[in-house]
Design a protein around this ligand. Structure first.
Ligand code: G4P
Length: 530
């Protein structure tokens, strides 16, 4: 048992969240480099670019040269076993991106110092804060001109509602960038113009006001640094580990991933502060990570990774105990037993069959079509983990088969693809006929839908984009739903679980609905039933 405890204790499972181009790939690459998982900088980027040449993933990926689904990167560093959940972010932003965050115990939020909080960062942050997991901020690109660091802290508080504690503080920026002052270690980590990872940055130990600091920084920047730190000590938020662990306070680090400045000190500090695998809630209360036997939940299903085999891979997050190859587990939702015989772990897109894994790890298993998102697998007494919520799609289209004779296959295909979690399906009653509206988080999913219906179900579709922008699940209403007072451009539909939903074209229409219907409660998340 103690071996299981020490194995679990050294695991750290987190996601990196950011807006495209903030530097997530560059940081990930540096982390893998320290862990020895890759040998040269550029390999992750090269994979990103040449993926179509080597992968056997979906055709659509090959055509577009992008990754439609996310994977997991794992490596060891300083005795820790680290699992980074890769969240799709560019054109392939999808509900999968949100769901992946359900498997993480912490998030690293990368912000471009010149741009501050951007749209996708905000959306991903909101999902993390829903789970109250710790969030660590890395302000990137300090080698360029950036916003004033105080202004960035204010944005965190105002736009995301999270307090912050700068662990280090930048000295100058852009051409004048001299490095950072490490508030914990009371030292300066000097920036030498960018060594791109070949050597360690120079550190100068000492106290603010020491003459050594004058020599490195020059009088003016040293004075400015003293003033800034004084202001932070006086007016800034206090460091509080409990608040960090509950996601109420974010430790902030400034650095530059491209020039490999500040990333390794960040990793070291992050590993000290971030928690080992967290206990998860279930139908029988919190599941003890160490003392319960194996349990896991499915958070992602990836279809057709290998077209020749038409297989699906179900990704699960292990929540307690130890997994060994060939383990027989209960599949709670289906009320069956299954043997997990070919579990795999993933480094980027390389698959490796594994012999054992522990709470905190992510493994993938072949799925002959039996798993759904949110399913629980366990050994011993049966229970269900809290389900995974449904996240609001942002793009909508009415979808019909070109050939009406193929309606049956069409409905089957759309329903199955929705069960995998790639799209959401809403039903609308129109002139006595049930019409299907599809909602997606990222528009690429429309293409995936069209491609898969044609290739797997032999159905061509017509798609008509609809101008809705927001969706709200109706949590309760005093007025019968067909009597709700709504703007004429608002639509009432049901999802596949028969939950009532309103589709809106503007924020104004949402406010209108709330103002004109007493007792109407709306939610931008579809809560799971469990
Ligand atoms: P992403 O995964 O979040 O989308 O971002 P990515 O790491 O791909 O970085 C986006 C761009 O920002 C890249 O430039 C990258 O080199 C640059 N970048 C990342 N970190 C830093 C940094 O600390 N300082 C500076 N100055 N730039 C940084 P690109 O021109 O789009 O790509 P590439 O030609 O460098 O590959």
């Amino acid at each position: 048992m103690s071996n299981i405890k020490s194995e679990i204790d050294r695991r750290r499972t987190f996601a990196i969240i950011s807006h495209p181009d903030a530097g997530k790939t560059t940081i990930t690459e540096k982390l893998l480099l320290y862990g020895g998982a890759i040998r040269e900088a550029g390999s992750v980027k090269a994979r990103k670019a040449s993926k179509h040449a080597v992968s056997d993933w979906m055709e659509i990926e090959k055509q577009r040269g992008i990754s439609v689904t996310s994977s997991v990167l794992e490596f060891s560093y300083d005795g820790f076993k680290i699992n980074i959940l890769d969240t799709p972010g560019h054109q392939d932003f999808s509900e999968d991106t949100y769901r992946t965050l359900m498997a993480a115990d912490a998030a690293v939020m990368v912000i471009d110092g010149a741009k501050g909080i951007e749209d996708q960062t905000r959306k991903l942050f909101n999902v993390c804060s829903l789970r109250e997991i710790p969030i660590f901020t890395f302000v990137n690109k300090m080698d360029r001109e950036t916003k004033d660091p105080f202004e960035l802290l204010e944005e965190l508080e105002k736009e995301l509602g999270i307090k912050s504690y700068p662990m280090n503080w930048p000295i100058g920026s852009g051409k004048e960038f001299k490095g950072v002052y490490d508030r914990v270690g009371e030292r300066i980590i000097a920036f030498d113009g960018g060594n791109h990872g070949s050597t360690q940055a120079k550190t100068i130990e000492g106290h603010l006001g020491d003459s050594e600091f004058d020599e490195v920084l020059g009088g003016h920047l040293h004075e400015k640094l003293q003033e800034d730190i004084e202001l932070l000590d006086m007016a800034g938020d206090e460091f509080d580990l409990d608040a960090v662990r509950e996601g109420r306070l974010t430790p902030v680090f400034f650095g530059s991933a491209l020039t490999n400045f500040g990333v390794e000190p960040f990793l070291k500090e992050f590993l000290k502060l971030t928690p080992p695998p967290l206990a998860r809630n279930s139908s029988k209360g919190e599941i003890d990570v160490y003392n319960e036997p194996f349990s896991a939940f499915i958070f992602k299903i990836q279809a057709n990774m290998n077209k020749a085999h038409r297989d699906r891979i179900a990704f699960m997050r292990i929540c307690s105990g130890k997994f060994e190859k060939g383990l027989e587990v209960k599949h709670v939702q289906k009320n069956t037993k299954i043997k997990l015989s070919q579990p795999q772990q993933f480094l980027a897109q390389d698959r490796e069959i594994i012999e054992e894994a522990y709470a905190g790890d992510i493994i993938g298993v072949f799925d002959p079509g039996i798993f759904s998102i949110g399913d629980t697998l366990c050994v011993g007494d049966k229970f269900k983990f809290e389900g995974i919520p449904t996240f609001a799609p942002e793009h909508f289209a009415r979808v019909r088969p070109v050939d009406t004779m193929k309606r049956k296959q069409f409905v089957k295909g759309v329903t199955q693809i929705a069960q995998e979690g790639a799209i959401q399906v809403f039903k609308e009653l129109r002139i006595g006929m049930e019409e299907i509206i599809v909602g997606v988080v990222g528009v690429l999913q429309f293409e995936v839908l069209e491609y898969r219906l044609k290739n797997e179900y032999n159905v061509d579709i017509k798609m008509e984009r609809l101008p809705f922008r927001s969706i709200r699940w109706i949590e309760s209403s005093e007025t019968p739903l067909d009597k709700l007072s709504l703007t004429s451009d608002t639509k009432l539909v049901n999802d596949l679980k028969e939950r009532p939903i309103l589709l809106f074209q503007s924020d104004w229409a949402i406010s209108w609905a709330l103002e004109h219907n007493d007792g109407l409660i709306l939610s931008d998340i579809g809560k799971s039933e469990e």
